[in-house]
Design a protein around this ligand. Structure first.
Ligand SMILES: CC(=O)SCCNC(=O)CCNC(=O)[C@H](O)C(C)(C)COP(=O)(O)OP(=O)(O)OC[C@H]1O[C@@H](n2cnc3c(N)ncnc32)[C@H](O)[C@@H]1OP(=O)(O)O
Length: 186
């Protein structure tokens, strides 16, 4: 029989209050608590902690605290990744960034959904869908990226956008729900 963690990683319905998953979220919270309270002078310790929190990270990846996520190990940061303050990543499924990605303040990236059907939702099951963000994407402050979204290379997400559909390479999208504003090809 599959564990709840295996179901989570497989994108199937799973129970988050399972003891193994609850312990992993607690471990992530403890690391984040330390990460979010560390002095700005302690760059090395801060970098070490970020390496412990996320699954993988490229050269010079940085996240300005405070930062929150559920598990951490499902997050993969490319080189020169930068997230401004108050970033939230609900990483029940992989969240993968290419190189040179920038996030403005307060960007939220969600991979988790609850069932739409009331009786199924009442069982407290949930399920994850991966979010994939290409190289050199800029996501403006306050944007929300929904589960299962793919944002291709060079795209720009305007501040405050709610991204509900995949975003093509080198396009600017904005609004709620986010719509094409213009192409960025030169
Ligand atoms: C690490 C960090 O990133 S920290 C910095 C954080 N900074 C931010 O988050 C700022 C993000 N910047 C934006 O959202 C800007 O508005 C940009 C980048 C989208 C502006 O891009 P521009 O190409 O200059 O767009 P411009 O101002 O010409 O507007 C084009 C159209 O998009 C609309 N638009 C611009 N910004 C937004 C927005 N945030 N949401 C919805 N629509 C928008 C404009 O109203 C305009 O619409 P119209 O053609 O109907 O008049």
């Amino acid at each position: 029989m599959k564990s709840e963690k295996e179901k989570m990683l497989n994108g199937e319905l799973f129970l988050p209050h399972d003891p193994e998953l609850a312990a992993e979220r607690m471990q992530a919270k403890l690391l984040l608590e330390e990460y979010n309270s560390i002095s700005v002078r302690e760059k090395e310790r801060s970098n070490q902690l970020l390496q412990e929190i996320v699954g993988t990270m490229g050269e010079e990846a940085r996240i300005s605290p405070p930062f929150w996520c559920d598990y951490g190990y499902n997050i993969h940061l490319g080189a020169q990744f930068f997230a401004n303050v108050n970033c939230v990543m609900l990483d029940e499924a992989p969240i993968t960034f290419g190189d040179g990605v920038m996030l403005g303040p307060g960007v939220h990236i969600y991979t988790v959904n609850h069932p739409m059907e009331e009786a199924a939702r009442a069982t407290l099951h949930e399920y994850g869908s991966p979010v994939t963000i290409g190289h050199n994407v800029w996501i403006g402050g306050g944007a929300i990226i929904n589960p299962g979204i793919r944002i291709e290379d060079g795209a720009v997400i305007a501040s405050g956008a709610v991204v509900t559909k995949d975003v093509s390479a080198r396009t600017l999208v904005g609004g709620n729900p986010a719509r094409l504003i213009r192409h960025l090809d030169h």
